[in-house]
Design a protein around this ligand. Structure first.
Ligand code: GAL
Ligand code: MG
Length: 992
């Protein structure tokens, strides 16, 4: 039994949120001098003689239940073969450890379901419990101070032991817990044990859609802090838009174990990051007369600074300042120096607008988890920085920390790089969605999780809203916590999706949410909200455009409505990155695992892979559309052939961008130049004539590309930030071809010899390897039982479309005629019967030898695009290698829409097969290594064998992609309706 707590089992009691835990404060370090404070790294803690980082290898034992942990496992020094080793920070679930019965504890992925049966607070019989053990050397002089053990994060709850004695207990896997361990320490070697219990009553409020993984996933350290010190430095900075003035309220709370004498002061000043002071320092006394009845509040020294002129903070120009606070003892000596970086900015919700520094902003957002394919929930500064820089490269400027306070370094980096943050507390009770939020035994958990997040994070300029959590119903516990935030830190609006989900968008959940922040609404619904005048809150979608597999259809359609409807300000795409975990898969290969691949029977499959980025941070093709929709400047063609340039930024001009224009005819650039647009103020538009007269030719487009004039932290000089292309003259439409009937039985199928050693036999096809949005091929029960996901796949299966030759399903006439230069012209006429509504495609497929390894085309590109996801794909002449499957679960990929011609190229012999589109003016084409049937049959990217052919599709119509995996399915206008489809193209073989 665990010493100290084994008999009371706090992990089983939702009401016990901590034992002997110190209050949480904004992370701060004490320095000896102002110079040291200035020089310190603003993100990572600096080495100091008063601090020992305990990250690295720890001794480790796993047990199958907290009751089965023998006391000696924490009281005695580890010895013997039972002790294994694991990395801290890390998840033991990824580190090949076994419990006392030799059973491993592996990751398990569930979305809504709890991994064990309830009801709360019932716990499972097998409850993996890890005992971490290591030593730390404590110098003698530390013992005169207060030594604090910092546990950055443990899933789900943890208890700490020092030299065998119980020293504290903490909950909330995503916020740090700190304990005063001084009395348990001796000079010299000390033994620290941390027991982490994987499932607890708290797990019911940590039921987020992600892997369940035990471990100490954030940093652990001990620090010897002064017995009288600044325990918390709160800096509330604000910006006065009218005056251009800044102010900062600084509250230094002095505390520590020593009794505070009279005469301590705090001397504070504000300076630029270069160290130039703004005005003179202020000295304020630390109130110490504890006994003063009705008057004493706390040992808090406050000072308020106002400056007539400051540079405000915004994501566009993230200027920061440094607040420096010196604690001065009664003798006048500086005891310690602390610093906090601040940004002057003001957030308001007013007139149905979300305003930063008085101006509306667009939320070009994504949802982000702390997640790494090898380290699990333990992320490094580099991991976080890589995420954020990649976001900025793709014009993403807002992050929701779904669904818990992220590693605190994320906030420092968002302050620095410039991203708006919705900071979310670690509360999700999805499986018991609407009950726990009214349960008094969980009230303390609610309050603590929300209040402690605010206590930790309040100094960050980047945070623009406090989120009360995710998918946890809406109840009294929320209102209680909301009241605490409104009293304690009212400068940011509150954000809570279920408040508006359960109580209505118009005036529901006002206590808990100052914004209407729905998830996955339809375009029609958000438009209606904006157009009707009842709601007074801005609408910012906390989740939309679910990025699972081939996804994000209609993203541009959302933005058309967002930017033209009052009250709408954008949202956060779900989600940033796939959560695949690198492992040896059931098929024996190494790859990214999704749910079920660790042998777990209860799981939600590949629903965990729904990011814009792959698990190892490669952009999925839809990122092309995201960066276009989120571009900071747009260009439109006006009726009179003038162009309008609109700056979508809120605070800065476009002067940092170089505008180059180009005129294309038939895909070729025939003229280009640089455009001087003058200064375009934020949120303003300018218009002017085209820099060149529109040509009389058909098929002409005019484009402007905006590139970075200078390097930024996320991209080099010349990086393409934004572009728009407008059509000046549509391509010529050929007349309807004359059809020769070609359907008498016994006729040869239409083939032609390329002269390159193989035949091309275009075959009709109306199916595609289903995308995750067409339906969940691996988890049909998710749709059947829970109504989640797209239904197209199900109806295709029911109609036999996935297994019947297309020619048996639809009427098809295929005529061929000889064309010039050994070419063959193909004419197809297809009639889709009424009962086959909503097909995947109408087109043909043929194969070429695998040696055809490059493609060149005139159409949309460069990356894959689909009819409802191609506004971010420019029309041009592109040249590329044949696409590799970009998705974890094999599915349709690689289409290029609006192609006028397409060439399949052998880079060895330079032989080419060229496809010229005859009718209509363009067709959609893809070329990949796998047949649809192979993609359909496979369940993981590593199941695919390297293809032995090049599989080509040529489609006259292709269903949009939509986001039905979680959200609206394909809009009507991107669906295929019954009726006639005709198309013609010419195939020409060419040796070079
Ligand atoms: C939302 C939820 C997310 C995630 C998403 C689907 O309902 O908030 O955590 O589950 O759906 O991927
Ligand atoms: Mg959920």
């Amino acid at each position: 039994m665990l010493p100290g707590i084994g008999a009371v089992r706090p992990w089983a009691d939702p009401a016990v949120t901590s034992i002997r835990r110190l209050p949480l404060a904004p992370p701060t370090q004490a320095f000896a001098s102002i110079d040291d404070a200035r020089a310190a790294d603003p993100v990572d803690a600096v080495a100091s003689r008063w601090r020992r980082q305990l990250d690295g290898r720890w001794n480790f034992r796993l047990f199958d239940h907290p009751d089965n942990v023998p006391a000696t496992a924490v009281t005695r020094a580890p010895s013997g073969a039972k002790w294994q080793q694991v990395a801290v920070p890390g998840n033991w679930t990824l580190q090949h450890v076994v419990d006392q019965r030799n059973t491993p504890d592996l990751p398990q992925y569930t979305n809504v379901a709890m991994p064990f049966p309830g009801p709360p607070p019932r716990l499972p019989e097998r409850n993996p419990t890890g005992v971490y053990h290591r030593t730390v050397k404590v110098p003698k002089n530390w013992l005169k101070r207060q030594v604090v053990l910092h546990v950055g994060g443990a899933e789900s709850v943890h208890a700490v032991y020092v030299n065998g004695t119980f020293a504290g207990y903490g909950t909330d896997s995503r916020l740090a817990s700190e304990y005063d361990v001084t009395e348990h320490l001796v000079a010299g070697v000390n033994r620290i044990a941390i027991v982490v219990v994987k499932f607890s009553a708290q797990s019911y409020v940590e039921d987020q859609d992600q892997w369940w993984m035990g471990g100490l996933h954030r940093e652990v350290y001990v620090e010897a802090r002064a017995t009288t010190r600044i325990v918390s430095l709160e800096c509330d900075a604000a910006y006065d838009v009218e005056a251009g003035a800044g102010s900062v309220d600084v509250r230094a709370t002095v505390g520590g174990p020593a009794k505070l004498r009279a005469g301590w002061t705090v001397r504070t000043h504000v300076e630029t990051l270069r160290g130039r002071r703004l005005g003179t320092p202020r000295t304020s006394e630390v109130p110490h007369r504890f006994w003063e009845i009705n008057a004493f509040t706390a040992h808090v020294a406050t000072s308020t600074f106002t400056y007539k002129k400051v540079d405000p903070w915004s994501a566009e120009s993230p200027t920061r300042y440094r607040v420096v606070a010196e604690l001065v003892d009664p003798n006048g000596d500086v005891a310690e120096v602390h610093r906090q970086l601040v940004g002057f900015r003001t957030i308001e919700v007013r007139d149905r607008q979300f305003l930063v520094n008085g101006r509306p902003i667009w939320f070009f957002g994504v949802n982000r988890h702390d997640q790494h394919p090898e380290r699990g929930k333990a992320v490094t500064t580099d991991d976080i920085r890589s995420d954020l820089l990649a976001m900025r490269r793709h014009n993403i400027t807002a992050v929701r920390t779904s669904h818990y306070p992220n590693d605190p370094r994320l906030l420092d980096l968002c302050d620095e790089i410039g991203l708006y943050v919705v900071d979310e507390s670690n509360i999700e009770s999805h499986a018991y969605n609407t009950s726990l939020c009214n349960d008094p035994s969980y009230r303390q958990a609610w309050l603590e999780r929300i209040a402690r997040m605010v206590q930790r994070d309040r100094n960050h300029a980047s945070i623009v809203m406090w989120s009360l959590g995710n998918e946890a119903g809406y109840g009294d516990n929320h209102d209680a916590a909301a009241a605490w935030v409104r009293a304690n830190e009212p400068s940011r609006p509150l954000h809570y999706e279920p408040a508006v989900f359960h109580d209505g968008w118009i005036d529901g959940g006002l206590n808990a949410s100052d914004v209407v922040c729905p998830m996955y609404p339809t375009i029609d619904d958000i438009r209606a909200y904006g157009d009707d005048d009842l709601g007074h809150r801005p609408l910012i979608m906390c989740e939309y455009s679910h990025a699972m597999g081939n996804a994000n259809g209609s993203l541009a359609d959302y933005w058309d409505v967002i930017t033209t409807t009052p009250g709408l300000q954008g949202g956060f795409i779900w989600e940033w990155k796939d959560h695949g975990l690198t492992t040896t898969l059931p098929n024996g290969r190494t790859g990214f695992a999704y749910g079920g691949m660790f042998g777990e029977s209860l799981h939600d499959g590949n629903f965990v892979a729904d990011g814009l980025m792959s698990s190892d941070l490669q952009p999925h093709p839809a990122m092309q559309e995201v960066e276009w929709c989120y571009r900071p400047v747009t260009v439109t063609l006006l009726d009179d052939h003038r162009i309008r340039i609109t700056n979508r930024r809120s605070f800065t001009t476009l002067d940092d961008l170089v505008a180059k224009w180009e005129l294309r005819v038939g895909g070729e650039i025939i003229e280009s130049g640089t455009l001087d647009v003058g200064t375009v103020p934020p949120h303003a538009s300018v218009s002017g004539p085209l820099p060149t007269p529109a040509p009389a030719n058909r098929d002409a487009q005019f484009a402007i590309r905006w590139t970075q004039r200078r390097a930024t932290p996320w991209a080099p000089k010349g990086h393409l930030v934004a572009w728009d292309q407008v059509e000046l003259a549509p391509p010529a439409q050929f007349g309807a071809p004359t059809f020769v009937r070609f359907d008498s039985p016994g006729d040869e199928p239409a083939t032609f010899d390329t002269g390159l050693g193989h035949d091309i036999r275009p075959e009709l096809t109306v199916f595609r390897a289903p995308t995750d949005n067409d339906g969940f091929k691996l988890m049909p029960e998710l749709t059947e039982r829970h109504g989640v996901g797209g239904t197209a796949l199900r109806s295709w299966q029911a109609a036999g479309i996935d297994r019947t030759p297309a020619d048996d399903l639809v009427e098809h006439r295929h005529d061929v005629e000889a064309g010039p230069e050994d070419s063959v012209i193909h004419h197809h006429e297809v009639v889709v019967p009424d009962h086959l509504d909503d097909l995947a495609r109408v087109g043909v497929t043929f194969e070429l030898p695998a040696a055809f390894d490059r493609v060149r085309w005139y159409g949309r590109g460069p990356r894959e695009n689909y009819p409802d996801r191609n506004r971010g794909a420019m029309l041009g002449i592109w040249d590329a290698e044949v696409d590799q499957l970009p998705y974890l679960v094999p599915q349709e990929f690689g289409l290029r829409t609006d192609c006028r011609w397409f060439e399949f190229v052998r880079s060895d012999t330079k032989a080419v097969v060229r496809l010229d589109v005859i009718d209509p003016a363009s067709l959609h084409v893809s070329a990949g290594r796998h047949r649809d049937s192979e993609l359909y049959a496979a369940s993981h990217e590593t199941d695919l064998e390297p293809g032995s052919t090049l599989v080509v599709h040529v489609d006259v119509a292709h269903r949009g992609i939509g986001t039905a995996a979680c959200g609206p399915d394909v809009l009507d206008r991107y669906r295929l309706r019954p009726g006639p489809y005709r198309f013609s193209y010419r195939l020409t073989p060419r040796r070079r």
